[in-house]
Design a protein around this ligand. Sequence first.
Ligand code: FDA
Length: 571
Amino acid sequence: MVTTDVVVVGSGPAGASMALALARLGVDHIVVTRYETLAAEPRAHITNQRTMEVLRDLGVSGQVEALATPQDLIGTTTFCTSLAGEELGRVRSWGTHPRSRAAHALASPAGICDMPQSLMEPILVQGAQAAGSRIRFSTEYLSHAVDDDGVTVRVRDRLRDDEYEIRAKYLYGADGGRSRVAEDAGLPMRGEMGVAGSLNIVFRADLSPWVAHRPSVLYWVLQPGSDIGGIGMGVVRMVRPWNEWLTIWGYDVADGPPDLSDEFTTGLVRQLVGVDDLEVEIVGSSAWTVNHMAAEHYGSGRVFCGGDAVHRHPPSNGLGSNTSIQDSFNLAWKLAYVLRGWADPSLLDTYSAERAPIGRQVVDRANQSIGETGRIFDALGVSGTDDPEVMRENMARRREPGAEKQRRALREAITFKAYEFDAHGVELNQRYVSSAVVADELAPDPLATVEDPELTYVATTTPGARVPHVWLAGRDGDVSTIDLAGRGRFTLFTGPGGTWPESEQMRVIVVGPGEEIEDPYGDWARLLEAEGIGDAGGVLVRPDHHVAARFATLPNDPAEVLAGVLRTGEQ
Ligand code: FDA
């Protein structure tokens, strides 16, 4: 029988990033993935700062940056009646508002970018293969059986049309929104599938005359009289500036998707662009549904799931593949530590405790964002009537001198969409609460008092939060705390007053004058001081960059604290 330590099902963002992380951690694993090729459709695209930090850790961020569309070209989210038609307003997005730019620059060494899934997956998979992953395409997961010593996974080789079994210690189901692994593992799902229907149409056309002056990844199109089901409006989404695009359009789930003929798709593209004779090359099309569902827990014992298998939601806020990659990054080091005998298997239970609340938050946020688009319809006067003529009249009224109230309402409704397009807090304020985090009362979590935790990121060493990014000075130049941490090890940041022996699991970084890492601007010291951590204290950061524990002064037996985190529940 084929044997390995971990079987990963799926090669989408969740499965491919798990493979890459496991390979870099030296964990033997096999990926089985149903199709012959990776995703051809661009699908997910916004790649946020947190994911870019993970990709830095995994050694592929440079390749992603080389292919991605940079932040400067993605942020003028525009609402219009068609690309060539009337503009209704814009909202600066994805950190491109000058205030958000500063917040982004302060928050992370990495920038947000736009990376179509069709380009992201090959980078993750090739990186994984180069680091030692065994990836079996055209291989379908069929079933699994767990016993005391491991899990037996039954798969079908679709090329040879035969079945075989793989014996592993753990199984990770990253098999997407129709996950069979999650179903077989009996993961409790809460929510609703198929809330609304959407169509994706990928096409090539030079749209630069209508977009280059307001560069963006998203152009939202509202056309009175058109069926605007699904995510609420038509979307023309940039895939590559400015000649490759993806149109999203709603359909009624009760009727099922329409026939996606070339005539239908070309007509729809021309209608949204607003140019009747636009030269269009249709590349592909597909139908999908808006879902509102998340698993209550992500597995236990020997079987875990991540990505869309456990959180299913619309693309609003661009959280799909980001959350999937971050799930895998949370679990990968735990699997490695348990397999090496460095941690108790109960450490694996913290995966679900930490990630399931985040999945629920993401699913709710993405669906809420769809609902909030309704404010724009209300302001324009297109809700509450089915009559396109009335809609057009109401929309036109906002140009009249006396329509100040309507103009203000529209302005406010569009600005409000920052909760979808510039929600920095949603992206970075994640907190882990589990037995792999040592809660303390050193300083209150500043998140509790921030005015808007969804929009605003707060830097803090609160246990469970991601360690704040601060530029420190190394011998070869400036280096971020985020990049000093991670890479498969715990990191203890301490000051000149602290001493703590290094171990295989933990690197000790003394930050101070004359040390390898210095804090010339004093930013790190200021941050720690504000949270009650002295030079002789420290911040213990997990391999996934989240704070495990912090100390005002180092405890008498510091190694025991780390051992407690790895034993879990005993610290
Ligand atoms: P994903 O679905 O990407 O991958 C699942 C993997 O499992 C695939 O490799 C598949 O072959 C494999 N698999 C499935 N069953 C298997 C089996 N039985 N055996 C072996 N392998 C199996 N998100 C976003 O943020 N913006 C967007 O615009 C869009 N648009 C979009 C369009 C469409 C059509 C879809 C389907 C999805 C989106 N998404 C999206 C969502 C986004 O693509 C999604 O969140 C991520 O792809 C999730 O990554 P996963 O790896 O979890 O699943």
